[in-house]
Design a protein. Sequence first.
Length: 88
Amino acid sequence: MPIVSMACLFNLRQNEHLLDRSYRAPFCSMLPAIALFCGVVCLFALVYFDPMLTVLFLMAMALACLCFHFTSAQRAAAPVDATQDTAE
């Protein structure tokens, strides 16, 4: 999850660089890069040292994707939330 968060942060900064920022953070681009690097190192360590946990995680993700796919008709038929109308 931290890997995806940091990748999204870099993507947001690249695509929406003109957004107003209420404050300046020191080492703004350095700390997320370090966090992304550490997350990738930890992911590779997990895959290398504990392959059974990796397989278990991948199976759980595949099951979640299947559940998401098979419930798409229910999500499409569900009424729109009242909070979604106020966002615009």
